[in-house]
Write a protein of this length. Structure first.
Length: 256
């Protein structure tokens, strides 16, 4: 995969996952063939920058290949301070920070990109179909979109397994804003239609956490992480397991 002047060894991208994509996990995934590994979200809050967990997230000692960092923040001043830290680290030419809604960014942006990574955003958008169309216009001809979104089917299955049959019957999957369940968990088949209608050619779909979230804590603790990872790797590109996963990851090519 070509991203501007940089050539990745393949089109396999490790999505950023809070509490999961630390340095050992990124290195393990690289050993299994990932071309680009994205870090966990690194908080721009200065009160957290020296926290042990934040320091672990920014530990890239001995990492090979390209490094991709995801920065999290809602405070404009803190994001500006994060930009200054990037400048002091000599990264100002490689990283630029914008603080706005993704819809506003698409409206204001005058550039086009070889690769757009849009992970865990679509399900929070007011109009996800419109956002997909806007993203298609942000790409260079033949550019790549890496899209990951919260899968509605996983909520159905998880609630059924927990005995929440009334909730399944109501089919009301919108989050209440208090937790991490988004406002609009999405039906993957509907998302695929929106993407094709916007001119995208879907090249690959994968399930992120096809089994892990359904395993009881005792089962997780009784197996080595490598065993659970192997289970995921053996099924994450096969149906029906893709549409069982907590998140769906789609790689697509834009207009040529």
């Amino acid at each position: 995969m070509q991203i501007g002047p940089h050539t990745l060894p393949n089109n396999l991208i490790l999505a950023p996952m809070a509490g999961i994509t630390d340095r050992p996990f990124r290195e393990l995934c690289r050993q299994f063939g990932v071309g680009l590994a994205v870090s966990e979200m690194v908080a721009s809050n200065p009160d957290l920058q020296k926290h042990r967990r934040t320091l672990l997230k920014t530990d890239y000692t001995g990492e090979t290949g390209f490094r991709s960092v995801q920065i999290l923040g809602t405070n404009p001043q803190q994001m500006a301070d994060a930009a200054l830290l990037n400048q002091q680290a000599g990264l100002s030419r490689q990283i630029r920070l914008h603080q706005s809604s993704i819809e506003q960014f698409c409206d204001d942006n005058q550039q086009s990109f070889d690769l757009i990574i849009c992970h865990a955003v679509l399900e929070w958008a007011e109009n996800p179909q419109s956002l997909i169309s806007r993203l298609s216009h942000q790409l260079q001809p033949g550019g790549q979109l890496s899209l990951m979104f919260y899968n509605q089917h996983s909520l159905v299955l998880r609630n059924a397994l927990r005995g929440n049959l009334r909730k399944v019957k109501r089919a009301d999957w919108s989050g209440d804003g208090k937790g991490l369940t988004p406002y609009q968990p999405l039906d993957p088949e509907q998302v695929y239609v929106w993407m094709r209608d916007s001119g995208f050619e879907i090249t690959e779909t994968s399930g992120i956490r096809c089994f892990y979230d359904y395993l009881p804590p005792k089962v997780r603790q009784s197996y080595a992480f490598e065993d659970i990872l192997e289970l995921e790797r053996n099924h994450y590109r096969q149906q029906p397991y893709i549409h069982m996963a907590r998140y769906i990851h789609v790689l697509a090519t834009g207009h040529k």
